[in-house]
Design a protein around this ligand. Structure first.
Ligand SMILES: Cc1cc2nc3c(=O)[nH]c(=O)nc-3n(C[C@H](O)[C@H](O)[C@H](O)COP(=O)(O)OP(=O)(O)OC[C@H]3O[C@@H](n4cnc5c(N)ncnc54)[C@H](O)[C@@H]3O)c2cc1C
Length: 375
C-alpha cells in the first residue's frame, strides 16, 4: 500500500513553511496541514519580527548555530524573493555603570557564536546615533534587522506550491497513528474530517507540538517533552519613531528585556514582557502599563505616555517552567524517539523566526532523500 503523500508537515507557521519549502525543493512530495484558515496565525504573526544576530545564546547550542546560519540564509532569501526587510541594526544598552561587565560578557558570547561585528561605544556616541536614548554605554549590532514576517511566509508558501507541494488550511490534525506498513496516518477534524497517510512526518505545530506528538505511541520509553507557555505583550507608540535602530536593554536570564523595535513601516513598539500562563490566552492586560513605563523610561526618559497604545500579545512555547534551567531547541529525529521518518520540533521560541531557514535545512537533512512514494 502506498501512502497518500510522501511527506506531511503539520503547521503552517514560519518554521513549518520553511521546512516544507526545503523538502519540496529536495524533491519530496509535500503537503502542509494547518488548522487555521490563514497561514501564520499563531506565534509567527505575534512576535517582534527582529532578525536576530545570534548574540545571546550559549555557544555551540542549536539556538546559537541556527540563529547565525538562519540570519545569513534569511537576508539572502529576502533579497532574492523581494521580502520586505531592513538591516536596521540595534543597540544593546547599559543604563547603569553596574551593567558594564554584563555588556562585555555579551560581546564575548557573541564572538564565540561567530558574531564578530559588535562595536562597543560610550554613552555620548550612542546618543549621537540615537539622540532620544539614555545610556552609559552600548553595543552596536549592525547585522540585526527587521522583517515582514507575513511577507516571508507568503514567499515560502509560494516556493512550496511552485514545487507541486500544497498547503491545506482549516485542517486540524487530531491524532497520529502508525499503519501496519509503518506509515503515518493523520486523523483530521474540522469541516471535512478524514484521514491522510504519509511516509514521512514533520510536527512543526508550535504551541501544540507536545500535545499532538503525544497522540502517537513510541517504543523505548520515549515521551515528547512538555510545552509550557509564557505570554508577552506589546505597546505601540503612535507617530514618528524616536529611534532608527532597535534598542535592547540588558537581558534578564533568557528574557531579552522590554525592548523598543522599529518595524518595517517605521513604527515603534515596546515589549514583550513575560508572564507565565497555564492556558493559551492572548488577552491584553492594561494593568501592566506602569511596569512598562518604568522599563521604557530607563532608556527613553522622554517617553510621552499619551502616545502609547495597547498593541498585541504573543505566547512563547517553552520547554521549561519559570525558574528552571533553559533548554535548547528540541529537534527530535528517529535516533531520539525511534520512529523512522518522523521529525518533531519542540520549544521553537525566539530566535525561531530568524532561524527558520536553518532549522529547515537541518530537518531536510534528517529525513531520507525523496525516493518517490514507496511501499
Ligand atoms: C512574543 C514573541 C516575540 C518573538 N520575537 C521574535 C523575534 O523578534 N525574532 C525571532 O527570530 N523570533 C521571535 N520569536 C519567535 C518566533 O516567533 C517563533 O520561533 C516562530 O514564529 C515559531 O514558528 P513555528 O512555525 O514553529 O510556530 P507557529 O507560528 O506557532 O506555527 C505553528 C502552526 O501549527 C499549527 N498547528 C498546531 N497544531 C496543529 C494541528 N494539530 N493541526 C494543524 N495545525 C496545527 C498552528 O495553527 C500554527 O499555525 C518571538 C516569539 C514570541 C512569542
Amino acid at each position: 500500500m502506498f501512502p497518500d503523500v510522501e511527506t506531511i508537515v503539520v503547521g503552517a507557521g514560519v518554521v513549518g513553511l520553511a521546512v516544507a519549502r526545503s523538502l519540496a525543493e529536495a524533491g519530496h512530495e509535500v503537503m502542509v496541514l494547518e488548522q487555521h484558515e490563514l497561514i501564520g496565525s499563531e506565534t509567527s504573526s505575534r512576535n517582534s519580527e527582529v532578525i536576530h544576530a545570534g548574540i545571546y545564546y550559549p555557544p555551540g547550542s542549536l539556538r546559537a548555530r541556527l540563529c547565525v546560519r538562519g540570519k545569513e540564509l534569511l537576508y539572502r532569501f529576502c533579497a532574492e524573493n523581494s521580502v520586505s526587510h531592513a538591516p536596521c541594526g540595534k543597540l544593546i544598552v547599559a543604563t547603569q555603570e553596574g551593567q558594564l561587565p554584563k555588556l562585555a560578557a555579551l560581546k564575548a558570547t557573541a564572538e564565540k557564536n561567530g558574531v564578530t561585528d559588535l562595536q562597543p561605544i560610550g554613552g555620548n556616541a550612542a546618543r549621537a546615533l540615537e539622540p532620544e536614548l539614555a545610556c552609559v554605554a552600548a553595543l552596536v549590532s549592525p547585522s540585526t534587522g527587521i522583517i515582514d514576517s507575513h511577507g516571508l511566509m507568503l514567499a515560502l508558501q509560494g516556493h512550496v506550491e511552485a514545487h507541486r507541494g500544497s498547503v491545506i488550511l482549516r485542517c486540524p490534525v487530531e491524532r497520529i497513528e502508525r499503519t501496519a506498513r509503518r506509515h503515518f496516518r493523520l486523523i483530521t477534524g474540522g469541516d471535512a474530517p478524514g484521514s491522510v497517510s504519509s511516509a514521512n512526518l514533520v510536527i512543526s505545530a508550535g504551541l501544540h507540538a507536545s500535545k499532538l506528538a503525544a497522540t502517537l505511541s513510541y517504543g523505548g520509553g520515549y515521551r515528547p517533552p512538555e510545552t509550557y507557555y509564557a505570554k508577552g505583550q506589546y505597546y505601540a507608540l503612535s507617530g514618528t519613531s524616536p529611534f532608527k535602530r532597535h534598542i535592547y536593554p540588558m537581558p534578564d536570564g533568557a528574557w531579552l528585556g522590554l525592548h523598543a523595535t522599529v518595524d518595517i513601516g517605521g513604527r515603534c513598539k515596546f515589549g514583550p514582557d513575560i508572564e507565565w500562563i497555564d492556558d493559551l490566552d492572548y488577552s491584553f492586560v492594561p494593568e501592566k502599563l506602569d511596569k512598562f513605563l518604568d522599563a521604557i523610561r530607563s532608556y527613553y526618559p522622554g517617553l510621552d505616555t499619551s502616545r502609547l497604545h495597547p498593541d498585541y500579545t504573543g505566547i512563547r512555547p517553552k520547554l521549561y517552567r519559570e525558574g528552571e534551567p533553559v533548554p535548547d531547541f528540541a529537534i527530535h529525529g528517529p535516533e531520539k524517539h525511534g520512529a523512522a521518518g518522523l521529525v518533531a520540533l519542540y520549544g521553537i521560541e525566539s530566535p525561531g523566526l530568524t532561524a527558520a531557514l536553518a532549522i529547515a535545512e537541518m530537518v531536510a537533512g534528517m529525513l531520507p532523500g525523496s525516493r518517490g512514494i514507496s511501499e
